[in-house]
Design a protein around this ligand. Structure first.
Ligand SMILES: [Zn+2]
Length: 193
């Protein structure tokens, strides 16, 4: 008998309609937990940022519970397949942060969804935007730069990230990709803040 990855209650082994809809091979979370997530009405994100989602993201990102990547794997796969793109690109973490954290959760979400991806950008700063005032944010240099050997002119790119809040991250990434003469840039986030 398995337990729910979020609330630890015992999972029923019989396939539920939710399991069929979400295409889970094995059940990862219970029906109660699944129902607490709210679908997003926005075209570029799957879910709203509510209490349940806040808890999920915390457990995935900061407690590094890699098992949780399976919860939205099928949906993410179906959503991403609707975009006609050449390259799926997760938003990168800063190398230093990545080392500290040792877990690139967006990469892991894509791996769980069986989707190939490529890192085209690298982060230029570890400074947090919340440490800056408005003037400093406006004058801020781009958060990213193109990796040295990347050739993407004419390609269609899909940026994937976990959470959309102010949109700054996606805007900065888009700008760099456009400067590299890509054909198009789309984005999808799991959650919209
Ligand atoms: Zn549960």
């Amino acid at each position: 008998m398995k337990n729910c990855l979020l609330c630890d209650s015992k999972l029923k082994l019989t396939a539920s309609w939710q399991q069929i809809i979400h295409g889970e091979k094995t059940k990862s979370i219970c029906t109660n937990c699944r129902e607490l997530f709210e679908k997003s009405q926005m075209p570029n994100s799957l879910y709203r940022y509510n209490e349940a989602m806040k808890k999920y993201l915390h457990q995935l990102k900061f407690l590094q519970d890699c098992r949780l990547t399976i919860v939205f794997a099928k949906e993410l796969q179906q959503a991403i397949k609707r975009y006609e793109v050449d390259i799926i690109m997760p938003i990168p973490m800063h190398v230093k942060r990545l080392r500290q954290r040792t877990f690139a959760h967006v990469d892991e979400l894509l791996k769980s969804a069986n989707l190939p991806f490529e890192h085209l950008l690298e982060k230029t700063t570890t400074e947090r935007q919340s440490d800056k005032n408005k003037q400093q944010r406006l004058q801020m240099e781009n958060l990213f730069r193109l990796k040295p050997t990347v050739e993407i002119a004419g390609k269609r790119i899909l940026i994937v990230d976990d959470l959309w809040t102010t949109g700054t991250t996606i805007q900065h990434a888009t700008k760099i990709l456009q400067q590299a003469q890509v054909k198009s840039v789309h984005y999808l986030t799991l959650i919209k803040g």
